[in-house]
Design a protein around this ligand. Sequence first.
Ligand SMILES: Cc1cc2nc3c(=O)[nH]c(=O)nc-3n(C[C@H](O)[C@H](O)[C@H](O)COP(=O)(O)OP(=O)(O)OC[C@H]3O[C@@H](n4cnc5c(N)ncnc54)[C@H](O)[C@@H]3O)c2cc1C
Length: 381
Amino acid sequence: MNILLVGAGLSGAVIGRELAEDGHQVTIVESRDHIAGNCHTERDGETGIMVHVYGPHIFHTDDEQVWDYVNRHTNFLPFKNRVKTTSKGTVFSLPINLHTINQFFGRSMRPDEALEFITSEQADTSIEDPKTFEEQALRFVGKDLYEAFFKGYTIKQWGMQPSELPASILKRLPVRFNYDDNYFFHKFQGMPEEGYTKMVEKILDHPSITVHLNTRFTRDEAGQYDHVFYSGPLDGYFDFELGRLGYRTLDFERFTYDGDYQGCAVMNYGEEGVPFTRITEHKYFSPWEEHEGSVCYREFSRACGPDDIPYYPIRQVDEKALLADYVELAETTKDVTFVGRLGTYRYLDMDVTIREALDTADMFRKSVADGTDMPTFAVAP
Ligand SMILES: Cc1cc2nc3c(=O)[nH]c(=O)nc-3n(C[C@H](O)[C@H](O)[C@H](O)COP(=O)(O)OP(=O)(O)OC[C@H]3O[C@@H](n4cnc5c(N)ncnc54)[C@H](O)[C@@H]3O)c2cc1C
């Protein structure tokens, strides 16, 4: 069959490779001038440092099959994300752990003492049924930690007061009562030695795959193919005819430094008065390389306009209602499947994106074998 993949990010690349291996002819169109979507990495022209162009990307997963998949296509080296945060001129360790608590309160508590201190002296137990992010945070950790580590960061990241966000965002107690400062819990973590773009290049390296960069797909082209997998924005497919799904976008302000700027890959700035949310020092993503200079990005979050890159789906009540209308409209299309973070309007980590792409290819195989229609959504948005 003649298959079109819209987007050369992880979704398009993985589905494309699977179907090419099944013997289909695969065409991939990508509107940008590079592959790998938002995971794109490239060497900085001035310093030679591998830069995460669309923000820091750390690979972490519990999915052994996905871990094997990425390791088949590139060499991963060990990497642990150890994030710091600056609050009122002091640097603390994140996620909030025993070191953060002891430093913040000027104490030297053991794990059980700290747990008792937070739950009985800090947490606001008068909040019985927390409904908002703010109430949930106050109930879990109390006013002092909430204001230092959650409040300002959340306002800057989402452009909303934590009292307007649902409690569900903070599902569990966001504190560790030990000195584990590894940002992620997953069994497998690492960084591709030569960057994510090299990995995607290997995934796309198959004689039945043709990639066209700088090529924007429009829906009138869909009929030329037996099936289309679309990883662009769901509302964009329909020319935004029902309105725009809300996103946050990011601005990155690049600067260089002669030497070591901050001593870690990611430094958060939780205070509302500091306009950016974090600074990323890219050479720390490749600790096996040596660089004299440094390249850093200050990251600013704001509402996404029509000409901006959509980063984080907002998914509040209004957006979910509009999403339901777009899903209904999408169900009327034939031979098109909406995939990936933009096609299904969800935040997806890379490992989940790959898992869903592999499952989508399996679903397509089955539909071809059974002679049934491939669903419009392999995973419900
Ligand atoms: C700031 C940030 C940090 C992140 N950090 C991590 C992390 O640390 N770890 C992790 O696991 N995940 C992280 N992610 C998630 C990761 O970026 C996604 O999992 C991944 O990019 C999803 O791949 P995708 O192919 O679905 O989408 P994308 O990467 O967005 O690819 C879609 C592609 O489609 C193209 N396209 C869109 N419309 C059209 C059109 N009409 N015609 C042609 N081409 C089109 C786009 O240009 C894009 O290249 C992060 C995401 C963000 C925003």
